[in-house]
Design a binder for this molecule. Structure first.
Ligand code: G3H
Ligand code: ZN
Length: 292
């Protein structure tokens, strides 16, 4: 099947009360691990190209690999640009066949962020591509900021409603206490804020920085309206952990297929656990989705 529209997947998730996993790919083995996990769980899945991934693999390689994966997969697969940086990059990805793009204007002033997203929405919607935006800032765990500073960067529910109306975005990434990367302590999510945002906004909400967030918090976030959950760091950790373990255990191993194949299995396990946690197992058929 061709890529399905993210908006179709998230609509089905909303009707059924689960979240679709969105996993970042940087190379063949990560992509295969994600698809194998989705197939094993019979779940719809979103694969995402990040800025780093595009720089590392090249946009055309990533798009081509992802297209083959989607065509061969026995579950609905969408391809999304993650944290897109500009209108031009969004257009390049749309031309390359992506079924969704995120345009992250969260570092811009409110008006400029909304205007940038609207500009992308106008082009994207004309060709059936959906658009994710971000309001509030989701930083990195390495960003040295205090709790009160982080709170100031969180998504304001009233602003969110106005932002969605102005931008026409199809999904909204919210800042409610998560961060990208490896957490030092336990992340505390602001569920009251999430509840208010979900009340104020009718489009699906997206949770970034979900690696390392306790299972109970993820379940609560899904219960309160999160419909797409982004995972990258935990896949990287599984990859690196597997390589370290294998190379330390077996000094004679030199076949990349053996080394990377083992890592692929470790990553698949992580992705399957996340899909189950998000409640998306067994939803492939009902998620459907029109191809792009
Ligand atoms: O956009 C990507 C995700 O937000 C990655 O978050 O670093 O917690 O895996 P993570
Ligand atoms: Zn993110």
């Amino acid at each position: 099947m061709a890529f399905v529209a993210v908006s179709d997947l998230l609509r089905a998730a909303d009707a059924d009360g689960y979240a679709v996993g969105a996993f970042n790919l940087n190379n063949l083995e990560i992509l295969q691990a994600i698809i194998a996990a989705a197939e094993a769980e019979q779940a719809p899945v979103i694969i995402q190209a990040t800025q780093g991934g595009i720089k590392y693999g090249g946009l055309d390689y990533i798009a081509a690999m992802a297209r083959v994966a989607a065509e061969e997969a026995r579950v609905p697969v969408a391809l999304n640009l993650d944290h897109g940086t500009s209108f031009e990059q969004a257009v390049r990805c749309i031309k390359a066949g992506f079924s969704a793009v995120m345009v992250d204007g969260s570092k811009l002033p409110f008006d400029e962020n909304a205007a940038l997203v609207k500009k992308v929405v106008d082009v994207a919607h004309a060709v059936g591509v959906s658009v994710e935006a971000e309001l509030g800032k989701i930083g990195g765990t390495e960003d040295n900021i205090t709790v009160s500073q982080r709170e100031a960067l969180m998504t304001d529910p009233e602003e969110a409603a106005e932002f969605v109306a102005r931008s026409g975005a199809d999904a909204l990434a919210v800042s409610i206490g998560t961060a990208h990367g490896v957490y030092q302590g336990e992340p505390k999510l602001d569920f009251a804020r999430l509840q208010e945002i979900a009340r104020a906004v009718s489009i699906p909400l997206v949770l970034h920085g979900a690696s390392g967030v306790p299972d109970g918090s993820i379940r609560e976030a899904v219960r309160l309206g999160i419909r797409k959950i982004n995972i990258d760091t935990e896949i990287r950790l599984a990859f690196a952990g597997s390589l370290r373990e294998l190379l330390a255990r077996d000094a004679g191993v030199y076949d990349p297929r053996e080394i990377l194949g083992t890592a692929r299995e470790a990553m698949q396990k992580v992705v399957q656990e996340k899909i189950r946690l998000f409640g998306a197992s067994g939803k492939a058929r009902s998620a459907g989705g029109a191809g792009r």
